[in-house]
Ligand binder design. Structure first.
Ligand code: SF4
Length: 620
């Protein structure tokens, strides 16, 4: 255990000490003498961000529901705390036991965002754990990682011992079971990794080697260990009604990003937006029954006292029992002032009756994500959203009294012209016109349209995985043109930092050669790169220079369809053939319909679930 008295003293000098103390309601403290596997769930960002992540609450309680396993939390200490820890030799520790990281069997990182990778290195270092897998001996913790970025694990191949690919609720207990047996037999890391690699969804990078062509593209991947599989297939949960879901969540002492009961309606998405990695890798759609969700809401509300329920999933409005579920929840909780929010709503798929009822409890602004300003561009990305489908609901919303609208767009989409970029202004202005087109006596409130543009990042396992990203200069040109052009006081425009999106693209589609860049950038002091104030682009460029790696090769290069991609050895179910055909259709601005309306043969049914998609089947 770390010196807790010393820690308490030093905490007086840092911002938000509650980030580092633990002991919150519903956190789990076990007797460590009675547990045989200790797991540190490591979130590579600050406490407030990590505690707002649903996956953390699910896996934390799921692991702690296993009698002999104790799962604790560890977050990235903010820079002030890091300084205090380094100055006073306080190692990074688990929040529940205050034991240092070295004492754990597993340190499990969740990879939500490429720009949190340097925090992983920093956390290992603060825990006194060697950064590279090869330098960690049998008596040191096993470093594992999962989450959305694990679909291209290669940039972290030197650091992480094993990756979990896909949904972890069933996989983690299996993995920990193997570990426990190995521990009883005298633990040998290599033997454990060999056994673990037999499990579906486990990837052990040290069992493979990447071989390159002269032009730096990948020639082949060699399997170096007989126990390792050629292809790693993602894990999926087949029955969402039976999968573990906690009946409580930890209640922080300080404000966190989201402070509410979260219900996960379903996993997957049938829409087929061509830029969206989540929409491809989480297929097929698997829904929970509304009764399951009502029961989960009840136990979560009882154990937390929250007054908000958030209905989440990739596109909540597509949940087939949405009216039934929201009405059931409203009837039950409306009088207790519990509000219900639907954060990822496509307004074309939702009746305003429900929205209006939800808003009676608590009113919030409206959010639309047209993603692109022109119809041609929306067809290229397969958004399947016409201008009428945007303006119609906006008009209804204005009639019902809304006056604040947030619009999300992307710039730098494949095949984009300046006319498409200007379309962002045009559409924002058309929405403004709808507000003022009504008779004067009907106009209420002060209209505010907040349009924002993020810079497009091509991601693995999407139809755009082969496309070149815009250069940083092109992004700035487009964003600044919009800033110049949008002059109306009712419409504001903001954009995301292009340099950050560029680095995100480098790591999203990077290969093994990026591990050394990452280590070099961290050594130069890069931390919390996703936090704009902390981001130091020049340090990153120095790291690329010193390691002789060209970042443009990963971000700005158009790939041939035939090129071996760093993530080709992972099978997410959706076939490459399907991604290619979607990519080719995008070049012609041809759309593909939502596969709820008829299967479009993405391949996931045959490859992962051996038949028709569960959701499509249920709807028949
Ligand atoms: S197999 Fe068909 S129905 Fe299932 S996700 Fe793919 S396209 Fe949709």
């Amino acid at each position: 255990m770390i010196d807790v008295k010393k820690l308490d003293r030093e905490l007086l000098s840092v911002e938000k000490p509650a980030r580092y103390v633990g002991s919150e309601l519903n956190s789990v403290v076990k007797d460590k003498e009675k547990t045989s596997v200790r797991f540190a769930f490591a979130f590579p960002d600050v406490y407030e961000v990590g505690m707002s992540h649903t996956g953390l609450h699910i896996l934390y309680h799921m692991l702690n529901s296993i009698e002999n396993v104790w799962c604790e939390r560890v977050f990235a200490p903010w820079t002030d705390m890091e300084e205090v820890m380094r100055k006073n030799s306080i190692p990074l520790y688990g929040l529940e036991s205050k034991d240092e990281l070295k004492e754990f069997d597993f340190i499990g990182f969740t990879l939500q965002y490429e720009m949190s990778y340097t925090n992983i290195l920093n956390m290992l270092d603060l825990g006194g754990i060697p950064l590279k897998s090869k330098d960690r001996t049998d008596n040191m913790p096993i470093v594992i990682a999962g989450g959305p970025c694990a679909y291209n694990p290669e940039p972290l191949h030197e650091i992480v011992d094993l990756f979990t690919v896909g949904e972890a609720e069933e996989l983690l207990p299996e993995l920990l079971g193997i570990y426990e047996k190995e521990k009883l037999n005298g633990f040998n890391k290599l033997k454990f990794l060999e056994k673990a690699s037999q499990l579906e969804g486990i990837y052990v990078p040290q069992f493979y080697e990447e071989v390159y062509n002269e032009d730096n593209t990948i020639k082949e991947r060699k399997v170096l260990n007989n126990n390792a599989k050629d292809i790693i297939t993602k894990r999926i949960i087949k029955d969402m009604d039976k999968v573990y879901y906690p009946d409580k969540s930890i209640l922080p002492y300080i404000d966190v990003v989201h402070d509410r009961v979260v219900l996960e309606l379903f996993r997957g998405c049938t829409r087929g937006c061509r830029f969206c990695q989540a929409g491809m890798v989480y297929r097929p759609v698997r829904e929970k029954k509304s009764d399951t969700l009502v029961n989960q809401a009840e136990s979560m509300l009882n154990s937390t006292g929250h007054d908000e329920i958030s209905l989440t999933s990739l596109s909540s409005g597509d949940y087939s029992c949405l009216p039934d579920l929201t009405l059931k929840l409203l009837d039950k909780y409306e009088n207790d002032n519990v509000s219900i929010s639907l954060p990822s709503l496509r307004l074309d798929s939702m009746t305003f009756d429900i929205i209006q009822r939800l808003q009676e409890v608590r009113k919030s602004g409206l959010t639309f994500a047209p993603e692109a300003g022109t119809q041609r561009m929306r067809d290229v990305i397969n958004k399947n959203l016409t201008e009428e489908q945007i303006l119609g609901p906006v008009e209804t919303a204005f009639k019902l009294g809304w006056s604040t609208v947030k619009l999300y767009f992307m710039i730098g989409l494949p095949g984009e012209t300046m006319e498409d970029v200007l379309g962002i202004k045009e559409l924002s202005y058309k929405i403004k016109d709808k507000f003022f087109a009504r008779p004067k006596e009907e106009i209420k409130g002060n209209l505010k349209i907040n349009s924002s543009a993020s810079c497009f990042v091509p991601k693995p396992f999407t139809p755009f995985q082969w496309t070149a990203q815009n250069s940083i200069e092109e992004f700035y040109d487009k964003a600044k043109m919009l800033q110049r052009e949008i002059k109306d006081k009712k419409v504001s425009f903001s954009y995301h930092e292009p340099k950050l999106s560029y680095l995100e693209a480098v790591f999203a589609r990077g290969d093994r050669r990026l591990s050394k860049v990452l280590i070099s950038a961290w050594e130069k002091g890069c931390r919390f790169d996703g936090w704009y104030d902390m981001f130091d682009f020049d340090k990153w460029m120095e790291a690329f220079n010193e390691t002789n790696v060209d970042p443009d090769f990963f971000a700005k290069r158009q790939r041939e369809i035939t090129e071996v991609l760093p993530w080709d050895f992972i099978d997410v179910g959706v076939s490459k053939k399907y991604l290619i055909s979607e990519y080719e259709k995008s070049l012609e601005a041809m759309t593909t319909h939502d596969c709820r309306l008829g299967c479009t043969n993405c391949g996931v049914n045959h490859r992962l679930i051996g038949g028709a998609c569960p959701h499509v089947q249920n709807n028949k």
